[in-house]
Design a protein around this ligand. Structure first.
Ligand code: NAD
Ligand code: DAO
Ligand code: ZN
Length: 379
């Protein structure tokens, strides 16, 4: 029985920005009160992990255990934990849900204040870490999840138990990218039947917007991507059109003018899934006058700012943002898993690469391949 004791296990430690991760044995302490220790079974690599590893994330702390798109099985729980128990299949949540704070009770947002401050500092809510390397150095947590370790410890508000029949290899992707895009379309934007939609950037997040819009029976779903390798995926997930702004514009045409021409005056909903602030502006300006709304999902580099002419907003276009698709992880993950099991939510289709955990550095390289949506790692 490992309950109450430290566990030695394999993890990928990020010691320095811009350097490969080091796969080594670390110690994972027992969970304290209101904490949960999870045996991670599968984790995927997302651009946010790469962003922090690159060193440009001003909040990045090293050495740390990255990873935030993971699923596993509860090994043990600390005192006072009632929402999960050992043996439960779970998904780690980088957007916590305490159900008690001002944010959770507002009914207006999925952001939660419970662990926000300590999560951003790479520690557990009591201000300490559960990770140490063999030299005894403390390793920081990441996004309240740290799924690049065979065992991790998370706050009880940062984990949700799921239907055991859902394959962990697939549903680990609901920990970030798929949920983010799908929720942005179906919840934040609340796309309705017959609406017109344009999605800028068709990686896992953008394709999940596409599939959310298709499920809602949008009449036109225009996928915009500078990489033609994304075209087939876009149609597979439900796009009606694909535009590559690098190659598909006539002389004098801009992506904004082309989209406006294609939709008789502009779109009902647009989504930025690139993190590029110029694209964010195009996405807003391609919206229909009077009601079009543009949802920013992409995470821009530190210090970047967005701009447009205020007249764009005066004339009725709306700029919104969406974190984790507006989804409350503990209350709503069960519904997403049901949609996945019914076939209404594609998840398996995003797994373009599978690797053993030891190949995690190659999984970071996979991210740069145009045809890669997600690499899922197996412990
Ligand atoms: P990705 O890199 O797989 O996909 C981005 C896509 O955008 C690529 O297909 C790329 O070819 C395309 N692209 C790049 N520049 C473009 C341009 N100028 N015009 C059109 N297309 C362009 O990334 P992803 O995993 O799908 O994530 C997308 C974004 O969402 C990232 O910025 C990520 O950090 C962010 N994200 C946000 C949240 C959130 O909660 N808001 C959650 C997860 C990810
Ligand atoms: O509550 O103030 C806060 C912070 C919420 C963080 C939301 C993060 C959304 C985007 C991160 C991309 C993750 C992959
Ligand atoms: Zn809360």
């Amino acid at each position: 029985m490992s309950e109450g004791k430290p566990i030695q296990c394999k993890a990928a430690v990020s010691y320095e920005a811009g350097k490969p991760l080091v796969v080594e044995e670390i110690t994972v302490d027992a969970p304290k009160a209101h904490e949960v220790r999870i045996k991670i079974v599968n984790t995927a690599v997302c651009h946010t992990d790469a962003y922090t590893l690159s060193g440009v994330d001003p909040e990045g702390l090293f050495p740390c255990v990255l990873g935030h798109e993971g699923a596993g099985i509860v090994e043990s729980v600390g005192e006072g934990v009632t929402n999960v128990k050992p043996g439960d299949h779970v998904i780690a949540l980088y957007t916590a849900e305490c159900k008690k704070c001002k944010f959770c009770l507002s009914g207006k947002t999925n952001l939660c204040g419970a662990v926000r401050a300590t999560q951003g500092k790479g520690v557990m809510p009591d201000g300490t870490s559960r990770f140490h390397n063999k030299k005894g150095d403390t390793l920081y947590h990441f996004m309240g999840c740290s799924t690049f370790s065979e065992y991790t410890v998370v706050a009880d508000v940062s984990v949700v138990a799921i239907d055991e029949s859902a394959p962990l290899e697939s549903v680990c992707l609901l920990g970030c990218g798929v949920t983010t895009g799908f929720g942005a379309a179906t919840k934040t934007a609340n796309v309705q039947e017959g609406d017109t939609v344009a999605v800028f950037g068709c990686g896992t997040v953008g394709l999940s917007v596409v599939q959310g819009a298709a499920l809602r029976k949008a009449s036109k779903i225009i996928a915009v991507d500078t990489n033609d390798q994304k075209k087939d995926y876009c149609f597979q997930f439900g796009a009606t059109d694909f535009v590559n702004p690098k190659t598909d514009l006539k002389e004098g045409e801009t992506i904004v003018s082309k989209l406006i021409d294609m939709t008789d005056g502009g779109l009902d909903h647009t989504f930025d899934c690139t993190g590029n602030t110029k694209v964010m502006r195009d996405a807003l300006e391609a919206c229909h006058k009077g009601w079009g709304q543009s949802i920013i999902i992409g995470v821009a580099a530190a210090g970047e700012e967005i701009s447009t002419r205020p007249f764009q907003l005066v004339t009725g276009r709306v700029w919104k943002g969406s974190a984790f698709g507006g989804i409350k992880g503990r209350s709503e993950m069960g519904g997403l898993i049901e949609q996945y099991k019914r076939g209404d939510l594609k998840v398996d289709e995003f797994i373009t690469h599978k690797r053993e955990f030891d190949e995690i550095n190659q999984a970071f390289d996979d991210l740069h391949k145009g045809e890669c949506l997600r690499t899922v790692l197996n412990f």
